[in-house]
Design a protein around this ligand. Structure first.
Ligand SMILES: [Zn+2]
Length: 63
């Protein structure tokens, strides 16, 4: 794993598939939308980062 990135597994809120995401720890807290790799629906991801550690990731429907 490259420096500054953390990978996490999340569950798609639409199809419940397990997805692996990568989060850039140098950017601090971030919210963004990533399309599910399985059902292609937009997932809202809310990442909490403290001291360059990924504390939590929430995945929810973007609508
Ligand atoms: Zn999905």
């Amino acid at each position: 794993m490259p420096d500054g990135l953390a990978s996490r597994r999340i569950h798609c809120p639409y199809c419940a598939e397990t997805l692996q995401i990568q989060v850039d720890l140098s950017a601090g807290d971030q919210s963004y939308i990533e399309d599910c790799q399985v059902c292609c629906q937009p997932i809202q991801l809310n990442c909490t980062i403290e001291n360059f550690r990924l504390v939590s990731v929430e995945a929810q429907c973007s609508t």
